[in-house]
Structure formats: structure tokens, C-alpha cells
Design a protein around this ligand. Structure first.
Ligand SMILES: *Cc1c(COP(=O)(O)O)cnc(C)c1O
Length: 396
């Protein structure tokens, strides 16, 4: 037994010696810009609650109502007895919401985006002669989905449509699956979806789009990246997550009805897990109402104004800012310990901005990952901007 524990400790020590140990902070109040964290009030720029719906009174009330109507737990997986009226209504609502971008669309609700991505790739890439073409900066859940699928996997360089085209042309796989994040979670940039879709249609390939950071935020009605780019195609398998802009939890795949039927029949991350609490689905109906309505549009407009304000206000010379027009605004510092030190200095000033290190990002590109929310005020963003400008000058 001591040998086993020694081995574990050696692994932990190695992380510590590279400034790669991660620590959790404990929030004592709801997700919001101002949060009590470990007993102290912080102004937070780290959640993915882009529209400020995680603690929205209407959504919270719907969650309470859902618990009254359906109880606390689902009791079983969807195919046994855990599928409730709330799940069914949510799926119908989401299918209708994304329908302008998918022909013959149906939606399937999952417990998490991680599981939805595993399901999409293991479901579509179930045979050894299939090939998955995966973007280099894809989210870990897509990488793991590709690993679990029986299909072969090739990675194409970030944003490189020409390289993908060459790979597709060279492939004789009968089933080709291109998979990409729409908004890259650590860089905030957008995938060239129109060009990717054109390639997929030309080569008869699926295009799996993980819109975790686009759903609710992008597009006039908040339908996400497909609406933003004005895309519509039966080749698209759309994954939207519901724990970010939608403020609750879970995810959905929207696609051709045959694809959804295949997921229900075969996708292990759908079949072999207890259905999410029906109350969550009930709360999500309220989220989708807000996203689609005037309030959602107003929240998106406010968020866009805050993004522009941050962009105008930052005056950085050494730290790099990749071009991002989304709520994800990274500031690349480089070394792990420097990124950690910067986050610590901000924390001393009551600002909570996470330092993101490898393996989440490439070695040498440790960064502060600022995320903005419609729940922030102009004053909040002004405070952050001033602190970042001052911090960079101090350490130059
Ligand atoms: C957060 C995220 C996921 C996972 O979604 P969860 O619902 O949190 O499991 C998948 N893809 C991307 C790009 C993400 O950022």
C-alpha cells in the first residue's frame, strides 16, 4: 500500500514543481459577478454564465416549480423509466429552436455536454472504416469522444481549411466526420464554419459543431453559431450545451431525426446513465424562453457592448491578446508561474480571473481567461481593465 500511495504522491509532486497544481475555490453564493468565495466578496470574470441566467429569478422559480411537479430525481435512465414530460417538452422546444438551421431536426437532451460529445462521436464514428477529422484546438470532450469511437482519427491544424480539404480528398473512408468547436473555449475565436460546411457538403461528410460557447449568445435570436453564420444543412450535427449561457446544466444534440434515433438506440453515454433531474429540463424551458425573447436580445446587446469596452480599454504591450470578438477574452502571459502570479495579484484586489495552464492550453501559452457576462456592469469592466493595464506595467 505505501508504494501505491508513494506513486500517487510523486505524480502530485511533479505537478506542483511545474506550477500545474489546480485548486478549487468554494463559492458560498449563486453564480454572479459578485460572489462570496471562501468568505470574501470577489468580482468574478470566470464563469461561462454569459447571459446571467444561472441565478435569474425566473429560471430559479422554474427549477423550484419543476421540483414540485416532478420531484428531485428521475429514478432511472431515459430508456428504462427516467424520461419525463419535462424532458420531452424541452427536446421539442430545442428542436424547434434550432430547426431553421437543420433539415428535419430533432433534439436529444443529455446530462452534460461532455456526454453529448462522447455520444455524437461514438455514435457517428461507430465503425473502424469511419474517419474523424478533428480540429487541433477542440475541447477535451471531443478529443475523448474521438478516442472512444471505433473510427480512425486525424487532427487538422487550427482553422486550417486547406489542410482539412487535403485530408478529406486523400481519405477513402465511407463515413467522414469533421468535428469542431464553434467558439474555441480558451481563445474565444470562431471556427470558419461556412468554409467547413462547404467542404463537408462537397465530400459528403458530417459536420459536428460543438456550440458550447455560442448557444444563447451568438445570432440575433441566440440560436448560436449556425444562426450567426446563416448556415443550414442536413450534414450538421449540432451540440449545444445548457450549463453556460442557458444557465442550468446539460446539453443537447440537434440533428436529422435519423441521427437522433441512432443516438437513442446506440449511444452509450445516453443509454447507460440516469436521466438528469426533470426539474432541470423544466427550468431550461424558462431559459430558452428568455434567450429567444426580448430580454435575451437586450442581454446579448449589453454583453456585446461590454466586450467592445474591454477591447477599447486594454492597453497591453507585453501580454498577447488573440483576436476574439466573443465573451471569452484571453490574455496570454506565457509561463505558468507568471500567469499564476498575475491571477494572485488580481485576487488581492478582489478580482477573480482564472489562470489557465497546460494541458488545457499549449505549453508556453499560460493565460488569464477573462469571461464577460451580461450580468456585469460597465463599472465592473472598467475596474478590470484598469487593474489589468496597471498590473502589466508594474511587472514590465
Ligand atoms: C464546457 C464545454 C463542453 C462540456 O459541456 P458540459 O456541459 O460542461 O459538460 C463541451 N465543449 C466545449 C467547447 C465546452 O466549453
Amino acid at each position: 500500500m505505501p508504494d501505491l500511495i508513494d506513486n500517487v504522491r510523486a505524480q502530485l509532486d511533479a505537478l506542483e514543481s511545474h506550477s500545474l497544481t489546480r485548486r478549487r475555490r468554494t463559492a458560498e453564493t449563486p453564480c454572479a459577478p459578485r460572489q462570496i468565495v471562501d468568505g470574501r466578496e470577489l468580482l468574478a470574470f470566470c464563469s461561462n454564465d454569459y447571459l446571467g441566467l444561472a441565478a435569474h429569478p425566473r429560471v430559479v422559480e422554474a427549477l423550484r416549480e419543476g421540483a414540485t411537479l416532478y420531484g428531485a430525481g428521475s429514478g432511472a435512465s431515459h430508456l428504462v423509466s427516467g424520461h419525463s414530460r419535462a424532458h420531452a417538452e424541452l427536446e421539442e422546444r430545442l428542436a424547434a429552436f434550432e430547426a431553421p438551421h437543420l433539415e428535419s431536426s430533432r433534439a436529444l437532451y443529455f446530462c452534460t455536454g461532455y456526454m453529448a460529445n462522447l455520444a455524437a462521436l461514438t455514435g457517428l464514428g461507430a465503425t473502424a472504416d469511419a474517419m474523424i477529422f478533428s480540429e487541433a484546438l477542440n475541447h477535451a470532450s471531443l478529443i475523448d469522444g474521438a478516442r472512444l469511437a471505433r473510427a480512425g482519427v486525424t487532427v487538422y491544424p487550427h482553422g486550417d481549411v486547406a489542410a482539412l480539404e487535403a485530408q478529406l480528398e486523400a481519405s477513402v473512408a465511407p463515413v467522414k466526420i469533421v468535428v469542431t468547436d464553434s467558439v474555441f473555449s480558451m481563445d474565444g475565436d470562431l471556427a470558419p464554419l461556412p468554409a467547413l460546411l462547404a467542404l463537408c457538403e462537397r465530400h459528403g461528410a458530417w459536420l459536428v459543431v460543438d456550440d458550447a460557447h455560442g448557444f444563447g449568445v451568438l445570432g440575433d435570436a441566440g440560436r448560436g453559431a449556425l444562426e450567426h453564420f446563416g448556415l443550414r444543412s442536413p450534414n450538421i450535427v449540432y451540440v449545444g450545451t445548457l450549463g453556460k449561457a442557458a444557465g442550468v446544466g446539460g446539453a443537447f444534440i440537434a440533428a436529422h431525426e435519423a441521427v437522433i434515433e441512432l443516438m437513442i438506440q446506440r449511444a452509450r453515454p445516453y443509454i447507460y446513465t440516469t436521466a438528469a433531474a426533470p426539474a432541470l429540463a423544466h427550468a431550461l424551458l424558462a431559459s430558452v424562453d428568455i434567450i429567444e425573447g426580448e430580454e435575451g436580445a437586450a442581454r446579448r446587446a449589453h454583453l456585446r457592448a461590454l466586450i467592445a469596452q474591454l477591447d477599447d480599454g486594454l492597453r497591453l504591450e507585453r501580454w498577447q491578446r488573440p483576436a476574439s470578438t466573443t465573451a471569452i477574452q484571453p490574455i496570454i502571459i506565457g509561463a505558468n508561474d507568471e500567469a499564476l502570479a498575475a491571477a494572485a495579484r488580481l485576487h488581492e484586489q478582489g478580482l477573480w480571473v482564472p489562470a489557465i495552464r497546460p494541458p488545457t492550453v499549449a505549453v508556453g501559452t499560460a493565460r488569464l481567461r477573462v469571461t464577460l457576462s451580461a450580468a456585469h456592469t460597465e463599472q465592473d469592466v472598467a475596474q478590470l481593465t484598469a487593474a489589468l493595464n496597471q498590473l502589466e506595467r508594474m511587472r514590465a
